[in-house]
Design a protein. Structure first.
Length: 334
């Protein structure tokens, strides 16, 4: 393609509240699955631009590392970039940059957001129009089938559709999305915090371990599905109760830990117990397990007490973000 171009996408990260694990195919194809989650105001930015033939390389890739690839696409080390380019059969020279507000392996769906943001930019570059369901499914196909990551489908759908929503994963592979009230998400995030527990984790190892013991743990996945169904009704109730929401999160976390001994550990359990003693209503570890962020919903009367308990820890406050992946800059020129 001789035309010069510059395209940037902005894709939100997410918080998964209920049902994580039921979005994995070995469960939802048996009993269906449901996840309730929300995107937050932390993002992945992907820029794809034309790369002039005067440069002595075919691809320049900037992310946590920098790659200079002279010719062969299979020489690209970054699995996500390589497979997205191959999926769309792109052979033109490109300069691709990826910047994230939060590092990958933190439990906020960063890898899936990168795939969605990159695919969206590449589709614009190729002039191909696809709908959101197609974008989400293509992202799932790349991450689950081509990259062989043992993950579910919630992160890709969150990144594409955004907002506060319930995602139902049906046995026939269809995904039904029900938007929940933005005002409730804003209330939840106004009474919640993110505690960094450390340990950038390899979620694939945690999820692979879960898959190996699935047959003996299936009943807990069913319980997670039941909790997610109850939580969906809770979010539709009037008036909405932050206390019941937090208590349901606590129940969800207690069940989630039973899926594998790699999900929690002594350090995480101690932090959770300390939070409960200081005004936390309920919470959970975000992502697959063993590290990343603990998400706490608290009684606002005890906010100062809770912060005091974690004064020597890394505590963050993120807000609700109502949209999915967007193109925020696009220019084609001669």
């Amino acid at each position: 393609m001789s035309k010069l171009f510059y395209i940037t996408t902005k894709t939100p990260l997410r918080v998964s509240f209920f049902g994580g694990g039921t979005d994995i195919s070995y469960f939802y194809k048996k009993k269906s699955g449901k996840v309730i989650s929300s995107t937050i105001n932390r993002f992945v930015y992907v820029t794809v631009k034309s790369y002039h033939s005067l440069f002595n390389e075919k691809y320049r890739l900037n992310y946590s590392e920098t790659e200079h690839v002279k010719k062969n696409i299979d020489s690209i080390k970054n699995n996500i970039i390589r497979e997205c380019l191959k999926f769309l059969k792109i052979k033109d020279s490109l300069h691709i940059s990826i910047a994230t507000d939060i590092p990958a392996s933190s439990g906020l769906g960063t890898s899936s957001a990168i795939i969605v943001g990159l695919l969206k930019a590449l589709y614009v570059y190729k002039g191909i129009k696809i709908n959101n369901h197609e974008l989400a499914e293509n992202a799932c196909n790349i991450e689950i089938n081509l990259l062989n990551n043992p993950i579910g489908k919630q992160d890709q759908y969150n990144a594409v559709f955004g907002g506060f929503a319930s995602y139902s994963f049906l046995k026939n592979d269809k995904v039904v999305i029900k938007k929940l009230k933005n005002s409730l998400a804003k209330k939840i995030f106004s009474q919640s915090l993110f505690l960094w527990v450390g340990n950038f984790k390899d979620s694939n190892k945690v999820l692979s371990a879960q898959k190996k013991v699935f047959n003996t743990k299936e009943k807990y996945y069913s319980k997670l599905l039941s909790v997610a169904n109850k939580a969906e009704k809770l979010n539709k109730a009037s008036p909405f109760s932050i206390n019941k929401f937090g208590q349901t999160l606590d129940k969800n976390w207690a069940i989630k830990k039973k899926l594998s001994d790699k999900i929690s550990n002594q350090k995480i359990d101690k932090l959770y117990t300390l939070a409960r003693k200081n005004g936390m209503i309920g919470g959970k570890l975000l992502g697959a397990g063993s590290g990343g962020f603990l998400f706490f919903v608290f009684d606002k009367l005890y906010k100062k007490k809770l912060l005091q308990a974690f004064k020597n820890k890394k505590v963050y406050f993120f807000d609700f973000y109502p949209s999915g992946s967007k193109v925020i800059y696009k220019q084609f020129y001669k």
